[in-house]
Design a protein around this ligand. Structure first.
Ligand code: SAJ
Length: 414
């Protein structure tokens, strides 16, 4: 029997691990590559290092089937999928500079293992032009792969495409299969070749385009959401000033058939929506005025919440302030770019009194401070600040809240 690896997935995070596991359960022989020995060992033991519904069962069955193996280094395969982080890194010249160094490093590390006819897919959300950069790196390191292109008039010696992930944390496994996908090839043959692969495990429609358009489509999707959340956040601050209940306002405005306002919150977090719009701003700073303003509104919201807490604490001598939630959104463990984390830390810095924090999804070690049970925080706090709408929080006995100051940034107790 041929045990050759068919797919190498670079990066075993929130996107790479579910993708590698789904493909393995569909029968592909997959090697998942990560820089962390701890992550590699955890996965090879059939366990996971992140919290995502049903991912544990999926990874366990993928590893047990013998089709998924984690490794510290890539190897030869037919297809290489890059699913590594693309954060932004402020520099002196450009405060919104995208950092594509992980993508570049992944391209460099797979280059020695490529053969003609292989397919390279970039799944990471990337600034426009990154897929071309991947091609250039591979061409520089492996000119031999491209020589026959000239000789035989093949459209691609190595097929390279961008297929941006679109899954929603908390629903990743379902959305990986069900969502429509956009695939942008470095050329037509690359897009078609990538479609054939995705068709084997995606039930959604697949739309083909060029790589730059696919990159911009993904950035646009997350920017759309950011701009719309910014409107909700701006309304929440305006309503506070005008004495209008923002939750009722939005509910009623949304009764209009063509109005659909999103929910205000403590700010916008996560590794995607709070980051990706900056890639557009960085690429077109003079044109991206609305996109930048929306980012600034969403970034200002955590400061506004801290200021509200400070004001409401004025009538106490040393209040106990209970902060509920640290993750960037409900029912996930991810604290990357979390406004809840930023707010909690800043409240602690103010030194107004004792700060007690609860998040059922996050450990004290990861938070960097002590966490408490929900019941303890709710009972002991004078001021309760709801920062995340975790399901566990909605059941709190309303009688316990009667004597307390409540700042509910998510509107779960209204
Ligand atoms: N949020 C609000 N109000 C809302 C909706 C969200 O304040 O009405 C906040 C959340 O609390 C969170 C942030 O926005 O802090 C982002 O949460 P989210 O659920 O909107 O999105 P993500 O970051 O978890 O996932 C997004 C998704 N993109 C879109 O919905 C356009 C997902 O499909 C992408 O795959 C993902 O980014 C990604 O990886 O790019």
């Amino acid at each position: 029997m041929d045990h050759k690896t068919e797919i190498v997935v670079m990066g075993l995070g929130y996107i790479g691990l579910p993708t590698a596991s789904i493909m393995a359960t569909k029968g592909y022989r997959v090697v998942g590559v990560d820089l962390s020995a701890e992550i590699v060992n955890t996965i090879n033991g059939g366990k996971i290092h992140i919290v995502e519904p049903d991912l544990d069962i999926l990874v366990k069955s993928a590893v047990n089937s013998g089709n998924l193996k984690a490794s510290l280094a890539p190897e030869e395969a037919d297809t290489f999928i890059i699913a590594v982080p693309t954060p932004f890194a402020a520099t002196e010249d450009n405060p919104f500079a995208p950092d594509i160094s992980y993508v570049e490093a992944a391209a460099r590390s797979i280059a020695p293992f490529l053969s003609q006819g292989n397919l390279v897919i970039l799944e990471s959300t990337s600034p426009v032009g990154t897929t071309e950069r991947v091609r250039d790196i591979i061409r520089e390191l492996r000119p031999d792969l491209f020589e026959s292109t000239l000789n035989h008039h093949l459209s691609s010696a190595v097929f390279i495409a961008h297929c941006p992930e679109r899954v929603l944390p908390g629903r990743i496994i379902r959305e990986l299969v069900d969502n429509d996908r956009v695939i942008g090839g470095i050329d037509k043959a690359s897009a078609t070749k990538a479609r054939d692969l995705y068709k084997s495990f995606c039930s959604g429609n697949i739309f083909l385009t060029d790589a730059r358009t696919a990159e911009m489509v993904k950035l646009t999707e997350n920017t759309f959401r950011d701009v719309n959340i910014a409107l909700a956040n701006e309304l929440s601050m305006i309503c506070d000033l005008l004495g209008v209940n923002v939750w009722e306002l939005i509910e009623l405005a949304n009764k209009h058939p063509r109005v659909s306002i999103l929910k205000p919150g403590p700010g916008v977090g996560g590794h995607c929506i709070a980051v990706d719009p900056w890639f557009i701003v960085a690429a077109a700073p003079m044109q991206a005025k609305l996109i930048r303003a929306a980012r600034e509104v969403n970034e200002s919201k955590p400061h506004w919440v801290v200021e509200r807490v400070r004001k409401r604490a004025e009538r106490f001598v040393k209040p106990v302030i209970g902060c509920l939630g640290l993750s960037y959104k409900a029912d996930v463990d991810d604290i990357r770019e979390s406004p809840a984390m930023e707010i909690t830390r800043n409240i602690m810095k103010l030194g107004l009194g004792e700060v007690m924090v609860c998040d059922p999804y996050v450990s004290s070690a990861r938070a960097g401070f002590e966490l408490h049970d929900l019941e303890k925080v709710v009972c002991e706090a004078d001021i309760l600040v709801v920062l995340v709408d975790h399901s566990d929080f909605s059941d709190v006995d309303r009688d316990l809240l009667k004597e307390k100051v409540v700042i509910d940034t998510r509107g779960i107790w209204r």
